[in-house]
Structure formats: C-alpha cells, structure tokens
Design a binder for this molecule. Structure first.
Ligand code: OOG
Ligand code: MG
Length: 260
C-alpha cells in the first residue's frame, strides 16, 4: 500500500499530465513496486480531486477486454477506470486536439444500469439490472510516452480515459443478441476497423460481471444509474486534427464526431 504522501504525489503527477495534455515517464520507472491495487488507489485519489473541483462520477469503464486490445497494448488482463461527467462530449461535436496528447478512438457497447449490482453476479443478472445499452466511442489518451505502459502504470493513469461520446439508439439489452453486433469504425469515410461485439469476453455483459467482482474486491458496488463502457471491440485507431469519426453499430445506430 502507498503511504499518503506518495499517493498524493502520484495523483498530482497524473492530474498535471492529464490537465496539461503532456506525457510523463511510466510511474513504475520510479516506483518499481507499484502494484495494481496501488494503481486503483491512485484512481480513487484522482476521483476525490475531480469531485473537489465540481465534477461528478457517472460510471466506470472496463478496458483491455478484447483480444484485439490486449494484443495492441501487450497486456492480457482487463483493467477498469472511473468515468466523470466532464469526460463526455456531445455527438457531432468537435473535440479539441490541444487538450489531448495522442488520442485513439475505440467503439464500445455501453450499459446503463437501473439496479445496484454487487459481489458475484451472472450475465443474466447484469442483463436484468440493465436499463438500456447504447453505442459509445471512447477516446483514450495515454499520458505515457508512445502509449507504452505496464498494468499498474496504466491503471494509475485511469486506464487512459480521456473522452467519450454516446449516440445511436438506446436499446433494451434483451431485444438484441449482444454477442453478434457488428461494428465498423470509419475515419474520414474509410473503414479503419471492424469487428463484432463477441470480441469483448464473448459477451460484453461479462465485462460488467468482471467489473462488479473487481469493485467487490475493493469493498464497493456498482450503483443503479451507472454508465459502464465495456471495452474496445477492435484495436484503437489513432486520430489527428481534421479527422472525422463515424462508428456504426448494427441495429443500434451510429456515433459521429470530429477532431479539430
Ligand atoms: C488502456 C485502456 C483500454 C479499452 O477499451 O480496451 C481501453 C489503453 O489501451 O490505453 O479503454
Ligand atoms: Mg476503452
């Protein structure tokens, strides 16, 4: 466990890198014994600071839940991150590249819950506790040079969370086969990635199952009304100013925005 001084120092460092859109050396370079649990303690400290400046926690993200993402990042276990209201951007809006280091986009299925989920839950229980599912595009932006990190470092950086955009149509999860949703990401009108939702742990609701188990291990639960992103279905696509993103989700509609 990190002592309070080190915890504060690491949170300061991560927040400064995020706020100023600049990179920092991997935290494990200086703190080689930083553990995954320490990384989540840093996240909780970041969250306390965001709330202190008026932000609101609206949910959680699961990441590194598909083979495409695990292979791309060289990490083979999922990680979780905190989603704040300030990370959201409206559909069709322009995202400012000056606020970001080297963003990438990924198409994800998001769940919005209507009941509390706690402890060991099944996919069926997650589905029953889901108000609706909705297409989302996450903009990740590692604060580490060249997007290179290890698991404790990326967790301390809130698993590269930066922005997210939802769109399309909210759907009753029982009205879809959530394993076979085809997803296409177009960048400037050209197909940049494609996949199907089963790429996420064979069923994206399983990412919520894993998340709830993870929260239980830290003595907490997923409250009703949470927004949960289940992880990129395909590898993440690098973007630059001027790029237009259009992600199509079969039977769920699409999400569009651009970078300036
Ligand atoms: C870590 C975050 C991964 C996802 O959906 O897999 C993630 C990263 O790749 O930088 O958000
Ligand atoms: Mg993601």
């Amino acid at each position: 466990m990190l002592d309070p001084t080190t915890l504060a120092k690491l949170a300061d460092r991560v927040i400064a890198a995020q706020d100023n859109a600049r990179t920092m050396p991997k935290l494990t370079d200086e703190y080689p014994s930083l553990s995954v649990a320490d990384g989540y303690d840093v996240q909780d400290e970041l969250c306390r600071r965001w709330i202190a400046r008026g932000d609101r926690c609206i949910g959680v993200k699961a990441g590194l839940t598909s083979k495409a993402k695990m292979d791309q990042m060289g990490i083979d276990v999922p990680g979780f991150g905190i989603l704040m209201a300030s990370f959201a951007r409206p559909e069709n809006s322009a995202l400012d590249m000056k606020e970001l280091v080297h963003p990438r986009v990924e198409a994800e299925i998001a769940f919005v819950t209507k009941a509390k989920l706690q402890g060991e839950v099944s996919v069926e229980e997650v589905m029953a506790a889901t108000d609706y599912v909705i297409p989302a595009v996450e903009v990740i932006d590692s604060r580490y040079e060249q997007f290179k990190f290890d698991l404790p470092s990326v967790i301390a950086d809130n698993t590269s969370s930066a922005r997210y955009v939802t769109g399309g149509r909210p759907r009753d999860p029982h009205s879809l086969d959530l394993r076979t949703i085809g997803v296409v990401i177009e960048k400037n009108g050209e197909i940049a990635a494609l996949g199907a939702s089963a790429a996420v742990l064979n069923h994206p609701a399983l990412a919520v199952v894993m998340l709830v188990k993870h929260l239980a291990g830290r003595g907490s639960a997923l409250p009703a009304g949470s927004f949960v992103m289940t992880g990129g279905i395909t590898a993440a696509i690098p973007v630059a100013a001027g790029d237009n993103i259009h992600a199509r989700f079969q039977d769920m509609g699409s999400v569009s925005f651009r970078f300036v």
